[in-house]
Design a protein around this ligand. Structure first.
Ligand SMILES: [Zn+2]
Length: 245
C-alpha cells in the first residue's frame, strides 16, 4: 500500500519495480516532493502501480502548496501528508498549515489520503474529524487509546514492515491492531527498502527481501485473523478497490 522508491537512482528504481512486478505486487509509490513526483512520471504507464503525492511533513517548510498543485491534481491518492514531532524539526504550526491545505485539496478532488502521524496522533485525529474522504493511516505507532479514535473515523491502516517482528516480541500495540482492526481495513506495506532496513536494525537490505517482508507480515496477520494468506491478500486487493472508489 505504501512505499518510497530511491528517486534519482534510476537503475535501482528499475530493479525494484522489476522485482515487485515479478512477485505480483501492486504498489502505491509515494512522492514527498515535487522533484520526486517528476521522477516518478517515468513509470506512470505501469498498470501495477499507483502514485500518491503529498508534501511530506519533513519538507513542509521547503515548498508551498502552490508549488505542489500539479502533483496534487495528477496523483491517485494524496499523501503521505501529516505531522511529525519525533523525526522532524519543521515548526508544528507550519506542518499543520500544509496538512490542512492539502486535506482541503484532497477533499475538493474527492481523493483518499494517506497519513503520517508520528508523535502527533492526537492532534491529527482532531483535524480529521469530519474529513469526507477515505483515510489510510500508515505504519501507526501512537498510543493504543488514540488508535481507537482513528478506528472510530473508519480509517484504513497499513501494517508496518516490523509488525510480525514486534508482535512476536510482545508488542501490545501491534497485537491490538491485528486483533481490533477489521480485515477489510488492513494493508501491508514496506515504506521502502530503507525503512525496512531501519525497522530490522540492519545497515543494508537487498531489494530482493521486499516480497519476503510483505509476505511475512501478510502471513502473520492472516494467522491472527484465522485466514489463509491467500484469502487475506484477496481481501487487501478488495480493500484497495474500496479505498480508491
Ligand atoms: Zn512513507
Amino acid at each position: 500500500m505504501h512505499a518510497h522508491i530511491n528517486a534519482f537512482l534510476k537503475p535501482q528504481a528499475d530493479e525494484e519495480l522489476r522485482l515487485r512486478k515479478q512477485s505480483g505486487l501492486v504498489t502505491c509509490f509515494s512522492s514527498g516532493t515535487p522533484e520526486e513526483w517528476r521522477f516518478m512520471q517515468a513509470y506512470k504507464e505501469r498498470p501495477e502501480l499507483l502514485f500518491s503525492f503529498g508534501l511530506h511533513p519533513w519538507y513542509a517548510d521547503r515548498y508551498t502548496t502552490q508549488e505542489c498543485r500539479t502533483a496534487l491534481e495528477q496523483c491517485d491518492i494524496v499523501g503521505e501528508i501529516g505531522m511529525d514531532s519525533v523525526w522532524c524539526r519543521v515548526s508544528l504550526q507550519r506542518q499543520q498549515k500544509m496538512l490542512e491545505q492539502q486535506l482541503q485539496l484532497a477533499a475538493d478532488q474527492k481523493k483518499p489520503v494517506i497519513l503520517h502521524t508520528k508523535g502527533q496522533e492526537e492532534r491529527i485525529a482532531d483535524l480529521m474529524q469530519g474529513f469526507p474522504e477515505k483515510i489510510c493511516v500508515h505504519w501507526y505507532s501512537g498510543s493504543e487509546k488514540t488508535l481507537k479514535r482513528y478506528m472510530a473515523l473508519d480509517c484504513y491502516f497499513t501494517l508496518g514492515p516490523d509488525t510480525a517482528q514486534l508482535c512476536k516480541a510482545g508488542g501490545l500495540l501491534q497485537r491490538q491492531m491485528l486483533t481490533e482492526i477489521p480485515q477489510d481495513r488492513l494493508f501491508v506495506e514496506t515504506d521502502g527498502i530503507g525503512a525496512v532496513a531501519w525497522a530490522m536494525q540492519k545497515e543494508h537490505m537487498e531489494l530482493t527481501q521486499i516480497p519476503a517482508v510483505l509476505m511475512e507480515n501478510l502471513t502473520y496477520a492472516a494467522n491472527q485473523k484465522g485466514q489463509t494468506p491467500e484469502t487475506l491478500a484477496k481481501q487487501m486487493q478488495a480493500n484497495l478497490d474500496a479505498f480508491l472508489s
